[in-house]
Design a protein around this ligand. Structure first.
Ligand code: C5P
Length: 239
């Protein structure tokens, strides 16, 4: 398999075509962005860490019968994945209050929720990814009701699997974001990445933040935080 034409460049990844139209090549970049691209930095090694962590997470989800786009890790910073048409929604699952939920509700960061919350945000940089409800999504034809139901169900299943997995590694899964797409056969699958860029992960004993909040809030070294996560997942720190 070879990477061919650059199809898309996002904030954290580049996507290339391959000789197989069902498969694309993903390259993780060393860039960090926050607040809709307002804060930016290049962090050596971040691409490799997110590629390693995402590969581990997707392999684990596949073993638990969650359909994902992941096929294999190709190199320390690259993966091959199924080609999907992305549904323009960010699906966020929350177990504990943090981030924009703390802002929106006034509840303190760290407040444990009675049950997980699933939220949908419209993926649109110009609008700053607004929170949408089911009616907004259906009225704008971003997804059909069956897809929405399936996304919500899969997101909650992923939450249960990840929560169990991280708890064993002495990490609390506070919240995370998923993206979904339809593959060339029209099947809905989990796409994009699952890494400390897209999850809030706190140390179970100290509540130390081991995710992108380290960068967003200038709390220390992002690389050290992501390395701690990779180490606890049993991943390869030195490639
Ligand atoms: O910022 P907020 O509290 O809404 O984020 C909820 C979760 O979704 C966090 O884990 C955050 O890292 C993730 N997220 C993301 N990409 C975005 C927005 C949020 O990965 N564009």
């Amino acid at each position: 398999m070879e990477k061919q034409t650059l199809l898309y460049e996002g904030k954290a990844k580049k996507i290339y075509s391959t000789e197989d139209q069902n498969i694309v090549w993903v390259e993780y970049k060393d860039s960090a962005t926050a607040f809709n691209g307002e804060k930016k930095a290049t962090i050596d090694g971040k691409g490799r860490l997110n590629n390693e962590i995402t590969s581990l997470m997707f392999s684990m989800l596949e073993e638990n019968n969650i359909p994902t786009h992941f096929i294999s890790k190709q190199s320390p910073t690259e993966q091959i994945v199924q080609h999907v048409t992305i549904i323009p929604l960010e699906v966020v699952v929350r177990n504990v209050v943090a981030g924009t939920l703390a802002k929106r509700t006034g509840l303190p960061e760290g407040h444990v929720l009675h049950k997980p919350i699933v939220e949908f945000y419209y993926k649109n940089d110009d609008l700053g990814d607004p929170l949408f409800n089911q009616d907004h999504i259906e009225a704008l034809e971003l997804a059909v009701p069956e897809q929405l139901e399936e996304m919500k169900e899969l997101a909650l299943q992923v939450n249960s699997i990840l929560t169990t997995f991280f708890t064993e590694k002495k990490v609390r899964l506070i919240d995370f974001k998923l993206e979904f797409g339809t593959n060339t056969q029209g099947k809905l699958i989990v796409a994009d990445e699952i890494s400390p860029d897209t999850c809030r992960l706190w140390d179970s004993e100290t509540d130390e933040k081991l995710d992108k909040d380290v960068f967003r809030r200038d709390l220390g070294s992002l690389t050290e935080a992501y390395e701690k996560i990779l180490e606890r997942l049993g991943g390869n720190l030195h490639v």
